[in-house]
Design a protein around this ligand. Sequence first.
Ligand SMILES: Nc1ncnc2c1ncn2[C@@H]1O[C@H](COP(=O)(O)OP(=O)(O)OP(=O)(O)O)[C@@H](O)[C@H]1O
Ligand SMILES: [Mg+2]
Length: 381
Amino acid sequence: MPESGFTRLLRGRRVLVVAGAGGVGKTTVAAALGLAAAARGLRVLCLTIDPAKRLSDRLGVDGKAADHAVDPATFAAEGLILKGEFSVTMLDTKRTFDDLVRRHASSPEAAARILSNEFYEYVSTQLAGTQAYMAMEKVRSVLEDGRYDLIVLDTPPTSDALDFLDAPARLIETLDSAALRWLSEAFARSGRLSLNLMARGMALVLRAIARLTGRRFLERLAEFVTEVNELFGGFRERAERVARAFRGPDFAYVLVATKASEALDEARFFAERLERLGMRADALIVNRARVDPGEPPAEDTLEAFLVARGVPHDDTLAARVLVAQGEEAAAFAYEQGVLRTELSREGALAAGRIPLSIEIPAFAESVHDVAALVAVCRHLL
Ligand SMILES: Nc1ncnc2c1ncn2[C@@H]1O[C@H](COP(=O)(O)OP(=O)(O)OP(=O)(O)O)[C@@H](O)[C@H]1O
Ligand SMILES: [Mg+2]
C-alpha cells in the first residue's frame, strides 16, 4: 500500500505545530490531527490553548492543566479504533511560567521573591508573547519527559499567526529592553536603585516616573528584572534555545486556512516566514470547504426524488430546491476561484510548494461533539 500523505507528515516528527489565522479551525484541526495519529498507533498529547467548551466536556477535559488520557471507548463508539493513546492538556500559561521559575531559581527563596513580585503577575499572564512562549516551553518539557511520541500544538489565537514564531524574541525584547537593563544594572551595583549611576537622560526620565509612581515601583521593577535575568542564566539564551528547538527537523508546521483570501494570505505569510528561517510548511489544511453540489438534476427527477422521500408535496418545492442548489454551486465555484488564485500566486503557498494539502469540508454544525471530531479525523486519514 502506498504511504499516505498523513503518514509521511508524521514520519520522523515529534511535534506538529498547527498555525493559522484566527477562527479558521486550528484548535479543531489540532485535535483531529492528534486523534488521527493516535489511530495510527502513536501516543499523542494534544496541547491546546482554548478548547471549545462543549467538545472538551465530551472529551472529559475538565479545564485543569493535568494531561488527560481520553478513554478510547469514546472514539470506539464512533467507529474509530485507537492503536495508540490520545491525551489532551490545556495550556496553563501562568502555571508553566511558575514551574519554570521554581525549576531554575537559585534557591526556593529566590523563586518566592519572583513569584510574589507584582510585575511577575503581569509578565506571566498579560505580556504580549507570554502565552505563545509558554506553549513552546511546555512542548520542550513534555518532549524531555518522553511519555509521548507526538505532541500536537494548537497555537494561541493571535491577530497575526506570525506572532507565534516571534514570541520568545518579543518577550525578551520587552524584558530586556535597554531601559530595563539600565534599571537592573543600577540596582545591582548599589543593592538598591541608584539613579545617579545611570546615563543622565535615562535618569531624568526615571526620576519623572519615580515622582509619579513612587520610587518603590522602580525598585520592585528593577529587582524583578535582575532576578529574572539571573534566573534564566540569561533569559535571552534560554528563549533562543527554545526558538531553535522549534526549527528542528522533528517539528512539522501545519497551516490551517479556509478558502478566503485573508486566511490564505496569512498562511502564505507564515509559510514565507518559515522559508526565511530555512524551514518550510509541511501541510496546508483547507478547512470549512464548501462541498461541490454537482450538476443539478432535472426538475421532474428532483420532484420524484422528493416525493419518494416523503417530503411534503408542494408545487414550488422542486423549483426552490433548484434555486438553492444553484446558489450553493455559485458559492462553491467562487471559493474554488479564490483558492486557485491564491495558489497561483508566487510565493510559499504556490501550488506544489507545500508537500501535503488536505481539504476538510464545512460541516452543517460546528465541531462540538466526538462524532464530528472523528469525521474531521477521517478526512485527515
Ligand atoms: N470543518 C468545520 N465545519 C464546521 N465547523 C467547523 C469546522 N472546523 C471548525 N469548525 C468550528 O469553527 C469554530 C472555530 O474553530 P476553532 O476553534 O477550531 O478555530 P481556531 O482557529 O482554533 O480559532 P481561534 O483562532 O479563536 O483559536 C468552532 O466552533 C468549530 O467547531
Ligand atoms: Mg483555537
